[in-house]
Every structure is written in structure tokens, then in C-alpha cells.
Design a protein around this ligand. Structure first.
Ligand code: SF4
Length: 280
């Protein structure tokens, strides 16, 4: 059985979270420039100019491109033949988040209790999703998830008779209602199937997929394309100031579900998709 020290996990999480907070998806600048070339609204083009300039300054200075460096959302795929030694896996993840915040001067944005609202001061605890998989590796995916877009996300349990049109209309309505609050152009993660708790997780995983990547199943790839087209017709536009370019990208993930239900979750990510992966 292979083993990895907990300290290695902490180091990896610290690096990934800091990189995620400071370096958005590598395809972002090209996607924003392509959107600007198509955008008809002068206000929309001005917002896109500012977003591209913001990315250039972040790259030049090494600073985060937004003050909200998000919730640290950590997906771990732990091989069943891998042992973590020298410490506690969950504590190692939080230690990594703590170091990234301290060393990268990231904004502490997590409160210890949802009602009493005392800031933990270091963005811990991370939101952690752990999956046991075959093999002897540990795959880590870390996202810095902003609250503006998270706040506007939504869940609905559809009837099994609902089709793709209803799904696309729901996603478009979520984006339209969000308006400027989700900091568009947005990434739209659509989770279909599973149940009440798994559909949002599918949607969350969907927003961490690389920009421009289409679903391997042509049926869902076509659904993604249709959703992008429909969301761009909402007229929300960059910064919510009106325009054609509302949807940076859309990813769909689907899972088996009960014959009597069709869970649907839409998780929005803003114009700064920030996530990094590594394997130990
Ligand atoms: S939603 Fe994104 S761009 Fe808007 S404030 Fe939050 S992190 Fe920044």
C-alpha cells in the first residue's frame, strides 16, 4: 500500500488554493476577448475591457483579481490503496487553507456560525467533498468560490416528465434573476439527477470543469450549447449592464435518479472561474 504524509496534503492544498485565488482559468482571457469581439453593447464591451485589464494587473502583481477569494471548496478523490500517515487528512486540508490565506494575504471570508457570524480569520473550515476511488493516488481539486454567484444559485425538483427545454428555461431564469449580483458573464453549472443533496454537488463539480470543454456525451454537449445560446438571449450582459455575452460557459453533469423525480440544480460561478488540480 502506498502512503502519503499529511504534510504533503497540506502543502498541496496551500499551493492550489493560493494559485486558484490568484490565477483564474487559463482560457479566461481568450474567452473574454472573444466575447468582447461579439458584444454589441458599448457598456458590455467596457466591462469586458475592465475585466481583461484586471486579469493583466493580477498577473503582473501576483495579487488576486477579486477581493473575494471565496470559500475554499476542496474535492478529494482518495484511492482505497493509499494511506495518509503522520496526521489527520481533514486537518491537513484546513491547514493548507490556513497557510494559503496567511501567506497569500487572502481575505478571510468564513464565519464559524451562520447566525452568530464570527469570522474564523483564516477561511477555515474548507468545504470538503471526499470520495473513495480505486487506486493508490490522491487527486485534489480546489476551487476559490465567490459568494456573489453562489448566493444566486438554485435547486428545483422537477417532475420526471420535464424535458430539456424546462431545464434550460430554469437555468436561464436563474441567471436572469441574478442579474449583476452574480458578476456576469457567468459560468453555469447544471446538475441533473441524483437526489435533493447530490444535484447541487453535480452542479458545483460542473463549474470546476475547464472553460470550453464540452460533455463527452453528445446529448449533454448539445444541451450545454443550447443552454449557452438561451442564457445569452436573456440580455443580462457583462456586469449585468445589458448585452449579448452573459454566459462564459455552461457545463452539465448528470447522474441516475428515482423514477418519480428529476432533481435539477444550477450553480453559478462568476467571471472569475478559479480552480486548480493536482495528484499526489
Ligand atoms: S462573485 Fe466573483 S467577481 Fe463577484 S465579488 Fe465574488 S468572487 Fe468577485
Amino acid at each position: 500500500m502506498r502512503s502519503v504524509r499529511a504534510e504533503k496534503v497540506a502543502e498541496a492544498v496551500a499551493r492550489l488554493y493560493r494559485e486558484a485565488a490568484c490565477s483564474p482559468d487559463p482560457g479566461l482571457e481568450a474567452a473574454l476577448a472573444a466575447g468582447r469581439a461579439r458584444e454589441e453593447s458599448p457598456a458590455g464591451r467596457a466591462v469586458l475591457n475592465d475585466l481583461i485589464e484586471n486579469l493583466r494587473l493580477a498577473r503582473q502583481t501576483g495579487a488576486p483579481p477579486c477581493q473575494d477569494t471565496g470559500t475554499a471548496v476542496v474535492f478529494l478523490e482518495l484511492g482505497q490503496d493509499l494511506r495518509i500517515e503522520g496526521g489527520d487528512l481533514l486537518e491537513a486540508v484546513d491547514e493548507g487553507v490556513r497557510r494559503a490565506v496567511r501567506e497569500g494575504y487572502l481575505r478571510p471570508s468564513i464565519v464559524a456560525d451562520p447566525l452568530r457570524r464570527e469570522n474564523t480569520g483564516d477561511n477555515t473550515p474548507a468545504v470538503l467533498h471526499l470520495e473513495i476511488v480505486p487506486g493508490d493516488r490522491l487527486k485534489l481539486a480546489v476551487a476559490a468560490k465567490g459568494a456573489g454567484s453562489e448566493n444566486m444559485s438554485a435547486l428545483k425538483i422537477l417532475t420526471p416528465a420535464a424535458g430539456e427545454e424546462e431545464i434550460i428555461e430554469f437555468a436561464a431564469a436563474v441567471v436572469e434573476k441574478a442579474g449583476a449580483s452574480a458578476c456576469p458573464p457567468v459560468i453555469v453549472g447544471i446538475g441533473i439527477g441524483g437526489n435533493f443533496e447530490t444535484a447541487p454537488l453535480l452542479a458545483k463539480k460542473a463549474i470546476t470543469l475547464p472553460l470550453g470543454e464540452r460533455h463527452p456525451d453528445p446529448f449533454y454537449a448539445a444541451l450545454e450549447e443550447k443552454a449557452i445560446e438561451r442564457i445569452n438571449r436573456t440580455g443580462v450582459g457583462p456586469g449585468g449592464l445589458g448585452g449579448r455575452f452573459t454566459c462564459l460557459d455552461c457545463h452539465v453533469l448528470a447522474a441516475p435518479c428515482h423514477i418519480a423525480s428529476l432533481p435539477l440544480a444550477v450553480n453559478l460561478d462568476c467571471c472569475l472561474p478559479r480552480h486548480q488540480t493536482a495528484t499526489l
